[in-house]
Design a binder for this molecule. Sequence first.
Ligand SMILES: C[S@@+](CC[C@H](N)C(=O)[O-])C[C@H]1O[C@@H](n2cnc3c(N)ncnc32)[C@H](O)[C@@H]1O
Length: 377
Amino acid sequence: MIAKMFDLVQKYEKIETFLGPYNELWDGEILNEFPRIYGSPIEKWAKLYQELSCSEKAERLSNYSPLNDSDHQELLSQINELIKLPQSDIVDSSRIYKVNEKKSHEIHQILNFYKNKKITNLYDFAGGVGHTSEQLSKNLNICCHCLDIDKNLIETGIQRTQEVHFHHYEIHPNMKLSLELPADILALHCCGDLSQNLVDYFPSSNAKSLLNLGCCYHKIDNHSFCHQARYLATRSHGMTSEEDIKEREQFKTYRYSFGLLLNKFYDLSPATTLKSSLPELYQGNFIEYAEEQLKRLELSPLKSCLIEDFFNSNDTLQQVKRLINLGHVRAPFGRLIEIQLVLKRAIELKEKGFEVQVFELFDRAISPRNIAIYAQS
Ligand SMILES: C[S@@+](CC[C@H](N)C(=O)[O-])C[C@H]1O[C@@H](n2cnc3c(N)ncnc32)[C@H](O)[C@@H]1O
């Protein structure tokens, strides 16, 4: 059961108006914007984050709770209001054999969502090896088709179960696949533009309904939100533990210090793209990390003592802390960007005459990419 409907356009416009004045914050990664100094009160908030322990940061970021500051309280109270969406009931569920906790939760939620709907043929686009299709077919006694671009996944699916009809198929713009009617479309965690392709395809498919959840928004081509804002959306809304914060800050201390080093000694952008390092390098000595990255970038080596002095200098330490904590100020904007990206798709469907609902289908602590569009003819 979904709690209540809301006006999609009104919500979209409210978020757009709210986001406008903060665009310098969410529109670019903090390191990419270096040496930008942010306006008041953003720098003040970064300083307040700096005073918190990792567990306090984790609590605030997970729960969208404010800092001890009236401006931040006002900001978070607006964000909390704007990110509110109707929620599906979370069903108590036993773990489904052979799938992980996240997938198991998603399958139970989708089963619960479809259980009283009249479905004959369900088309599970980008369905991978067909775990979701299999359970829907078994539990709802319907005919499920699982379509995926990856031949290996399709082959594995065919070996695994006879409950599902598997098809090797590529979702693309302007697709014209004809479905066996009456049909319903499921498009779960269709990355980047795949969700948009299905939103565009649905009206011509003659399917009765489309249930779509997107993910990997940074893979979308050409959107009014820049890549970095969409990347923030892709990583948003998960629950964050003290350990996550410690790990992230350790990683960023090295990444940002190295960025500043590139800027100072090589006159390069601090955000110069690096090839990803082995996780162990972030746990070891900064000199080893920096020497490895310089080698990968084919830059002339620096003396170890120079690297060490730069890393330990007060200027670097302070600057890196400031940048990391500006990232914490920026984080809550990710969910708003995600909601805008989803609402845009939902509004397009509504404008084409479909009845459209937008709601949270999954528990965010288990599966944070949980915003569903359900469109019916
Ligand atoms: C994030 S997974 C989602 C899988 C499944 N729906 C789920 O939620 O567990 C994305 C899937 O999309 C498939 N895929 C990627 N590009 C595709 C395309 N153009 N057409 C069809 N499937 C595609 C991948 O092979 C992968 O199985």
